[in-house]
Design a protein around this ligand. Structure first.
Ligand SMILES: *[C@@H]1O[C@H](CO)[C@@H](O)[C@H](O)[C@H]1NC(C)=O
Ligand SMILES: *[C@@H]1O[C@H](CO)[C@@H](O)[C@H](O)[C@H]1NC(C)=O
Ligand SMILES: *[C@@H]1O[C@H](CO)[C@@H](O)[C@H](O)[C@H]1NC(C)=O
Ligand SMILES: *[C@@H]1O[C@H](CO)[C@@H](O)[C@H](O)[C@H]1NC(C)=O
Length: 187
């Protein structure tokens, strides 16, 4: 089978290579989505605490630790996927991988958007903004690597969907990085 290369990712050759079973790869992506999903109510509850000015007796660091854990899990999965082989997924396999990534991207953007909306309050918490900035920068770069790894393993139709979600994801993370950069002139 031959496919034209129409994505920004590394060449998809369409030949059989070593790879993780599709269910395992999709399971890994879904597990990442579960981390982001669980962090949303935690973040919303943090925002509630910030707005009630009970922040000093509550724990804003659970969200930071959660973001750190998410980025670490993304990094770990990228390594595991690369170690298993480059992968050449086609048809429904490629589609389910692409769809799982799109869901992960969307839920994680929802999470980051909760933090962006809460940024005026979160910036009042001593030390929080610089630490969030580091987490967003790390997460953006880790998800870039992850998306490029899986995007290079699926046929072009699915890769295109992954590219599109990654572009939107990068936009949201760039917004967060701008908003939480308290040293920048616009902050
Ligand atoms: C997903 O998470 C569950 C629960 O932690 C774990 O048992 C399972 O092995 C994970 N799936 C993959 C594919 O890593
Ligand atoms: C404040 O934080 C605590 C623990 O982090 C949480 O259990 C509680 O629900 C939060 N309060 C509000 C108003 O969200
Ligand atoms: C790409 O995403 C669209 C939804 O926007 C979906 O209908 C389509 O099946 C996906 N294509 C592939 C090849 O995964
Ligand atoms: C934060 O803003 C400063 C000043 O605009 C810039 O030099 C720096 O690179 C920014 N940091 C990040 C992580 O974007």
């Amino acid at each position: 089978m031959r496919f034209s290369i129409n994505s920004a990712f590394v060449a998809f050759g369409g030949v059989a290579v070593a790879q993780l079973p599709t269910t395992n790869l999709v399971g890994k992506i879904n597990n990442l989505t579960a981390i982001s999903t669980a962090l949303i109510p935690e973040t919303q509850s943090l925002v509630g605490n910030v707005s009630s000015l009970a922040i000093l007796t509550s724990d804003p660091w659970t969200v930071l630790v959660g973001l750190f854990g998410l980025a670490a899990a993304v990094e770990q999965d990228t390594s595991a996927i690369r170690a298993a082989g480059p992968g050449q997924y086609v048809g429904n396999d490629a589609r389910s991988i692409g769809n799982a990534f799109r869901t992960f991207g969307k839920i994680t953007r929802d999470l980051v958007n909760v933090l962006i909306v809460a940024s005026p309050l979160l910036k009042l918490v001593p030390g929080a903004a610089p630490l969030l900035l580091i987490q967003f920068t790390t997460l953006k770069s880790d998800v870039d690597d992850f998306a490029k790894t899986i995007g290079g393993s699926v046929e072009p139709g699915a890769a295109k969907n992954i590219t599109a979600e990654l572009a939107t994801f990068d936009g949201t993370l760039s917004d967060a990085i701008k908003v939480f950069n308290v040293t920048s002139a616009t902050a």
